[in-house]
Design a protein around this ligand. Structure first.
Ligand SMILES: [Zn+2]
Length: 287
């Protein structure tokens, strides 16, 4: 029943479905310290090639995923995907339907952070796409994206990010739940503060019986580069130094604990384990 658009796994009594929102075309321009040749070499090793190699040149398809959590008879969604960023994105609700879920079932929309590829799909025409859902997000991200001084001081090319974050917040303004670190989000799911990429960037630990799955959000944006070299950062990291330290700490922890992980920008199935490899790490996908 799994497909290249979604992948369902069981974590004790909780089911978790990685659902693709599509992809955005990217190239080495989004990595400040990686040039086109280095990216191409990494993509060649992985055997990953874009279907649209000219758009942009030297590009690849950057996966974007949300996660449906079915627990205690209720349905929750971590991240809403994007809308309008690229014609190749915005497929989350379509792929949810293929996996057997409807947006009206979602009791809580849980945001890993307020970047457009994670909450752009939360609202359309000013209305909540997940009509019956509360929105759950880290207080630290809410504070950052709604801070008038930060918004006014942001460079022009960052302003659309603030507009999109606030459009999502407005659509759910009467049902926002702000969380911190280690808060219970829903039955069997607890928040993990992973600051750096954004101030309130948050992962979630799913636990049931003796099984766990860490949904680590944006710890990795490019799996062919960053496991091998966790120091690779992204132009969208708000604090790249902190994001890098967080990534290294999480890699260390999940490799030591043999912790099953899933990520927003890993290619579907987007779930697996991290192993140590030489001085670095390597991802072992479950499919
Ligand atoms: Zn992201």
């Amino acid at each position: 029943m799994n497909s290249k658009h979604y992948h369902k796994v069981q974590v004790g009594d909780v089911s978790v479905t990685m659902v693709s929102d599509g992809f955005f075309p990217a190239n080495s321009d989004i990595f400040p310290d990686v040039d086109a040749d280095r990216l191409k070499a990494a993509l060649d090793v992985a055997g990953v090639h874009s279907d649209a190699p000219e758009e942009p040149p030297g590009g690849y398809e950057s996966a974007v995923n949300g996660f449906i959590i079915e627990t205690g008879g209720k349905v929750h969604l971590i991240d809403a995907g994007s809308a309008g960023m690229s014609p190749t994105l915005g497929k989350l609700t379509q792929n949810m339907a293929a996996a057997g879920y409807h947006p009206d079932q979602v009791e809580s929309l849980i945001a890993t952070h307020l970047h457009p590829d994670h909450i752009g799909g939360a609202a359309a025409d000013g209305k909540a796409v997940f009509a019956n859902a509360e929105m759950v997000l880290a207080a630290a991200d809410h504070g950052f994206w709604t801070n008038e001084d930060i918004i006014n001081g942001a460079p022009d090319d960052a302003k659309p990010y603030f507009m999109m974050a606030n459009a999502a917040l407005v659509a759910y303004s009467d049902r926002l739940r702000l969380i911190g670190d280690n808060d219970v989000v829903c039955l069997g799911v607890t928040s993990i503060a992973l600051p750096g990429h954004t101030p309130g960037h948050t992962g979630f630990m799913v636990s049931s019986g003796n099984e766990t799955l860490m949904i680590w959000a944006d710890i990795v944006h490019q799996q062919d580069l960053q496991f091998d070299d966790p120091t690779v950062s992204l132009i969208f990291d708000i604090d790249a130094e902190q994001a890098m330290r967080t990534r290294q700490r999480v890699f260390d922890q999940v490799a030591t604990d043999n912790q099953r992980i899933a990520g927003c920008h890993l290619r579907i199935p987007a779930v697996g384990h991290v192993e140590r490899a030489n001085e670095s790490f390597r991802f072992v996908s479950e499919g």
